[in-house]
Design a protein around this ligand. Structure first.
Ligand code: SR1
Ligand code: MG
Length: 388
């Protein structure tokens, strides 16, 4: 079958021909509100499925930004790989087509997208712990430390994902730090942004982080782990959308999740700040203790060397804080803004929170090496940066 973008009827016909639904009355609705893909929810009575299909361009920009359809195959491969290590946190995949660039998977509409839920005041008491566990398991088990170098290189071959890495390289590490066309800078922020662009130390540290992102293939990353990529309820958590998956530095997913917990504090700030800081704390403690336990039980020789896991965790934390800083900045002035900031009605408050995000981001990037342990981050004082 050759590729074409599906209509709702095409989506129904595909799942029917696969025997995933019956011959009864079936409805399909395109519900994709992301930046890149078509997403159909297909219902036959109580039975529901999701069919996600990649478009050959970035939907958020249009056909002028072509994108490889290969990402759909990478996404379903990553979902299956992550399920091998962290099954409770990954949606089930029922079928995938390489040629037509679609995946049929479990419908999660009994859960809520975490960003939407947090904005509406929902609580997710297990979210931080679940994501800490999910990341420790997926990152450790796909790394050289668990697989050994030969098997790791065999797995890594599937995740050659240049188009999607290019998006991240441009939108996270490059464009927000100069006057690029893709930026979306709200009126009133010009002075703050000019200061960012004039900060040579900041730009040099961002370049180091970009080099790390490009060159350090520690483990299979999700690659876009923000709160819009997570469904949850009070008891369940599922991570979706790993189309940006590739072999990259351990700290990247960890940092993205931390950045989006910071963002989640901004609506109704500072009332929500303490809860989100506590989430970051729980997230890191769960991640570090699970990663350490897996390492002690399963690390292959020669990585059982005494104290090595402490050094690896310190590096992950420092890199993660730098990546979190980059994510805070790009979601504040770059192409893909977040509802956590944009939904703040008062212009004065919105601008204030955006300035805060930019300064916090810059401080995390420039001062990340001060944090060897999480206690250092607890004591991390950004008052100076925030009061300037
Ligand atoms: C052109 S895609 C813009 C952003 O949307 C995705 O979710 C990624 O975060 C990407 O950077
Ligand atoms: Mg996504």
């Amino acid at each position: 079958m050759t590729y074409k973008a599906f209509t709702e009827q095409d989506a129904i016909e595909r799942v029917r021909s696969l025997g995933l639904i019956g011959d009864g009355a079936v409805e399909a609705e395109e519900i994709g509100d992301g930046n890149l893909n078509l997403v159909f929810r297909i219902r036959e009575g109580e039975h529901r499925l999701i069919l996600k299909q990649a478009l050959p361009y970035a939907k958020v920009v249009g056909e002028s930004w072509p994108l490889s359809l290969e990402r759909a195959w990478i996404e379903q491969s990553a979902l299956r790989e992550f399920a091998r290590h962290a099954v409770p946190f990954v949606p089930r995949v029922f079928h995938a087509s390489h040629e037509e660039a679609y995946t049929v998977m479990e419908d999660l509409s009994h859960l809520t997208i975490v960003r939407t839920g947090l904005l509406a005041g929902e609580q997710y008491p297990l979210l931080a712990e679940h994501i800490g566990s999910y990341l420790a398991r997926t990152l450790f088990h796909t790394s050289d430390f668990a697989l050994g170098p030969v098997e790791k290189k065999r797995v890594a071959r599937t995740y050659y994902n240049p188009d999607l890495c290019d998006i991240t390289e441009k939108l996270i590490f490059t464009d927000p730090f100069h006057d690029a066309e893709t930026n979306e800078i709200e009126a009133g922020l010009e002075e703050e942004v000019a200061r960012l662009w004039a900060d040579d130390e900041l730009k040099r540290e961002v370049a180091k982080l970009e080099a790390l992102f490009i060159t350090k293939g520690d483990a299979l990353l999700h690659g876009d782990l923000h709160t819009g990529s997570i469904f949850a309820s009070a008891t369940e958590t599922k991570v979706i959308d790993p189309e940006f998956a590739f072999y990259g530095p351990f700290g990247f997913d960890v940092g993205q999740f931390i950045a989006h917990l910071f963002f989640a504090a901004y609506p109704d700030y500072p009332t929500r700040r303490d809860a989100r800081i506590k989430d970051i704390d729980t997230f890191w403690l769960t991640f570090a203790s699970t990663f350490r336990a897996l390492w002690e039980r399963e690390a292959v020789e020669p990585f059982q060397a005494s104290g090595l896991v402490d050094d690896v965790l310190s590096t992950i934390l420092q890199d993660a804080l730098g990546f979190a800083g980059c994510e805070l900045i790009r979601r504040t002035i770059g192409l893909a803004p977040v509802a956590d900031l944009e939904s703040i009605d008062s212009t004065t408050e919105r601008l204030e929170r955006k300035r805060h995000a930019l300064r916090l981001g810059a401080a995390l990037i420039k001062r990340r090496t001060e944090c060897r342990t999480f206690d250092d981050l607890r004591n991390f004082d950004v008052t100076e940066e925030l009061s300037r």
